[in-house]
Design a protein around this ligand. Structure first.
Ligand code: NAD
Ligand code: IPM
Ligand code: MN
Length: 367
């Protein structure tokens, strides 16, 4: 039998730094659990632009379509901020999401016990938190037409269009209901049906889909109120389903409930392939963090946890995913902290690679 294939696109900024640590973890599973992957690497984002003049070469796109899963670091950086919109690093990532049709973006926000004190919110608000945001990822205002900057009269107008079809809402809602069935059977759908027609349709379709999941308790919330409730009492939520833009904002906010953006993984899933596995791309929620890139300061945990999600959702290795998550729990309990997980109290942080080594040591200890 051939090994499952994994395409690594480390990208820019801290992307390659955190991915180096993930490679240690992948190698560990190959050596110690006989869980081997055929790993290939390629470019995405600014580094791809530097080499090919495009943030995603067609050959890379084709490879991403063929592999069992893609693991991505991060894209972007100030060096590329003035590039033409069509070749910005972020367009590479958006093309991957769109052409692989990865419509359901799972963004779990889990507060590890060891970090409950560190959150900017009170400990009892976040301790034990375990929620899942399902963000629609291939439509909405990110992709709607018309878009652009046009001349109108004597000034320019920037245009983006929020657009959702019923089937786009239906399929992401089903993903969220399926997840809710495997969790606490509670789903909150967030939109702005009070001001947007797309939100009215969103609410209607989600309500319709709910008929197929009578065991799931469905609620609706306006997304602005949802943002407030996420900060006030996040434990009221189990699964949240929302559109592309609201999901982007709400998941960054949820990241801070867990202590740091450097902790939040994500899985972007599409329809099942011929082998029954979903099309899938795994990536941390954070970006390329230009302010700390190249300094060995980045927290690799979000990216390592993204690989854990790959083990669970692409490779049927839920037990091994749990092993990895528990190893991370252990290093945090043992006091390992990258700089983003330290307050101002002047403790010495561990480096990116020291954190990766500690995770591998904790994996060894799990045997
Ligand atoms: P960012 O997520 O890169 O950084 C926000 C803040 O969080 C920074 O202070 C950064 O140092 C910190 N941070 C992020 N990840 C961290 C980690 N793993 N460890 C420690 N600290 C971490 O967001 P930004 O600064 O708004 O964007 C920078 C660039 O990244 C932009 O070009 C943006 O478009 C891009 N971006 C890419 C992705 C992606 O590739 N998926 C996601 C978000 C932003
Ligand atoms: C994310 C990022 C991306 C988004 C950018 C880099 C295209 O912020 O993955 O959350 O807006 O979706
Ligand atoms: Mn984002």
């Amino acid at each position: 039998m051939t090994n499952p294939s994994l395409l690594i696109l480390a990208g820019d900024g801290i992307g390659p730094e955190v991915m180096t640590e993930v490679r240690k973890v992948i190698d560990w599973f190959g050596a110690k659990r006989d869980l081997k992957f055929d790993v290939s690497e390629d470019l995405v984002g600014g580094c791809a632009y530097d080499k090919h003049g495009t943030p995603l070469h067609d050959d890379t796109m084709a490879k991403a379509q063929e592999v069992d899963a893609v693991l991505l670091g991060a894209v972007g950086g100030p060096k590329y901020d003035t590039l033409d919109f069509s070749v910005k690093p972020e367009r590479g990532l958006l093309r991957l999401r769109k052409e692989m049709d990865l419509y359901a973006n799972l963004r779990p926000a889990q507060c590890f016990d060891a970090l409950a004190d560190f959150s900017s919110l009170k400990k009892d608000v976040v301790a034990g938190l375990d929620i899942m945001i399902v963000r629609e990822l291939t439509s909405g205002i990110y992709f709607g037409e018309p878009r652009g900057i046009i001349e109108e009269g004597n000034e320019r107008v920037g245009i983006n269009t929020q657009r959702y079809t019923e089937s786009e809402i239906d399929r992401v809602a089903r993903s969220a209901f399926e997840l809710a069935m495997r969790r606490d059977k509670k789903l909150c759908s967030m939109e702005k049906a009070n001001v947007m027609e797309s939100g009215v349709l969103w609410r209607e379709v989600v309500t319709e889909v709910a008929k197929d999941y009578p065991e799931v308790e469905l609620s609706h919330m306006y997304a602005d109120a949802g943002a407030m409730q996420l900060c006030r009492w996040p434990k009221q939520f189990d699964v949240i389903v929302t559109d592309n833009l609201f999901g982007d904002l709400l998941s960054d906010a949820a990241a801070m409930l867990t202590g740091s953006l450097g902790m939040l993984p994500s899985a972007s899933l599409g329809a099942p392939m011929a082998n029954g596995r979903p099309k899938a791309l795994y990536e941390p929620v954070h970006g390329s963090a230009p302010d700390i890139a190249g300094q060995g300061k980045a927290n690799p945990i979000a990216c390592v946890l993204s690989f854990a999600m790959a083990l669970r959702y692409s490779f049927d290795q839920g037990d091994e995913a749990t092993r990895l998550e528990q190893a991370i729990e252990k290093v945090l309990a043992d006091g390992y902290r990258t700089a983003d997980l330290l307050g101002e109290e002047g403790k010495q942080p561990v480096s990116t690679s020291e954190m990766g080594d500690a995770i591998v040591a904790a994996l060894d200890a799990s045997l």
